[in-house]
Design a protein around this ligand. Structure first.
Ligand SMILES: Cc1ncc(COP(=O)(O)O)c(C=O)c1O
Length: 399
């Protein structure tokens, strides 16, 4: 991994101020990606930022400035942050299982764009709220489709899932939902998988969802799927294999499907998190110790899974580079790393505190800075921040 010169310069300056442990964000790439997607996607496609990837205000601002259609939220807390960043309620779409009644009430009152219903219980709860408020709410029905994407890092449909309603139960759930006053059925939400690099896999999902929508419309006179949400899922190349997701191939494939199904004029949501945010952030942490333990080198950093849990949670190594600081050894014979495979961890009192496993490093010494790339998405936001009460890492915004 190549560290951008601005990031390295910042780290060298900050390293003089005390133990270095921070995130650096530069959202210029994210802004370019949103503008590019807006330019190449078929008519009717709207790109939302799934802020769970990184709720930092600089990412929300980047999404707004670059022309994202809005924000996919999964809680009232996220809604508040999106509004604070300048989005309006009508730019919010709300997904996620287990929405609290207070959150549903807030969403209906505020006038969010669509609420994505995840179960019949939630639909009934929402209907009561709409009745009490005398309001109508546009809804999508989230489906747990019965197909699987094998290449994906995480799957959100197929098998037994807490997301949405099983596809096989559609004929029980849809008529019940259509009969509920207050809910305007607008279409489907089917989010198959996250971290997908092969465009064909996500296009297969789109095709199956279109088939589902056509089937629903053929069988239910009053159900029209004007709005279809494909969720997120565009992957990034964590393993640096040169397999980047190809948005242009996706756009062309989707256009072909829209034409084939005669779905022009409809609206299609993409709720992208990782693809937009990952390469706009780096987790940078000082190496405090290096030790040899029974044949393996353990490199101990100032921050661990309390600040960057994703590698341990998903058992993958992120791209890694070392900023060499040239610090003097504290004593003769102090351990160092020279062209070998080593293990990185943080200061936490758990063996689970791993930042990288069996990763090849050319040179590293105590006092150097380990820089983990593609950390702009699902970095601090999915970490065990409270564990061991270490100070929260600073989030430094370059642009
Ligand atoms: C409902 C929903 N939409 C969008 C996303 C964003 O997915 P990704 O980061 O893979 O684009 C997620 C991620 O978990 C999600 O749960």
């Amino acid at each position: 991994m190549r560290i951008p010169p601005e990031v390295e310069a910042l780290l060298r300056a900050r390293a003089q101020e005390g133990t270095l442990n921070l995130y650096v964000y530069d959202t210029r790439v994210m802004r370019r990606k949103i503008a590019h997607l807006n330019a190449i996607m078929p008519a009717g496609v709207e790109v939302f930022y799934a802020m769970k990837a990184n709720p930092h205000p600089s990412f929300l601002r980047a999404a707004r400035v670059a022309g994202a259609a809005g924000i996919e939220i999964a809680s009232l807390g996220e809604a508040e942050r999106a509004l604070a960043a300048g989005f309006s309620p009508s730019q919010l779409i709300y997904t996620g299982p287990g929405k609290r009644p207070e959150e549903l009430r807030w969403a209906v009152r505020a006038g969010i764009r669509t609420l994505h219903v995840e179960s019949l219980t939630e639909a009934h709860r929402l209907a009561r709220i709409c009745a009490a408020l005398g309001s109508q709410q546009d809804v999508l029905l989230r489906i747990n489709a019965n197909f699987d994407i094998h290449d994906a890092q995480t799957t959100f449909s197929g098998g037994s899932k807490k997301f949405g309603v099983d596809q096989e139960k559609l004929d029980q759930v849809l008529p019940a939902l259509l009969a509920l006053p207050g809910l305007n059925f607008r279409g489907l939400h089917v989010y198959a998988a996250s971290g997908v690099l092969d465009v064909r896999d996500l296009l297969k999902n789109c095709e199956l969802v279109f088939e589902m929508a056509a089937d629903i419309e053929a069988r239910y006179a009053h159900a029209r799927c004007d709005l279809i949400d494909f969720g997120g899922g565009f992957g990034v190349d964590y393993l640096e294999r040169g397999r980047d997701f190809d948005p242009l191939a996706y756009a062309k494939g989707l256009q072909g499907l829209i034409d084939r199904f005669g779905f022009a004029g409809r609206t299609f949501f993409l709720e992208l998190g990782r693809y937009l945010a990952a390469d706009s952030g780096w987790f940078c942490t000082e190496i405090l110790d290096i030790k040899e333990s029974r044949g393996k080198k353990q490199v101990i950093c100032a921050g661990g899974i309390n600040h960057f849990r994703r590698p341990a949670a998903l058992a993958i190594n992120h791209p890694l580079a070392i900023v060499r600081m040239g610090r003097k050894a504290l004593f003769a014979g102090q351990e160092c790393v020279r062209y070998e495979h080593v293990y990185f961890g943080g200061p936490l009192c758990t063996g689970a505190d791993k930042l990288a496993n069996d990763v090849h490093v050319a040179e590293a010494d105590v006092g150097d800075i380990a820089v983990f790339g593609l950390a702009g998405a699902y970095g601090l936001t999915m970490s065990n921040i409270e564990f061991l009460s270490h100070p929260r890492p600073e989030e430094v915004v370059l642009a």
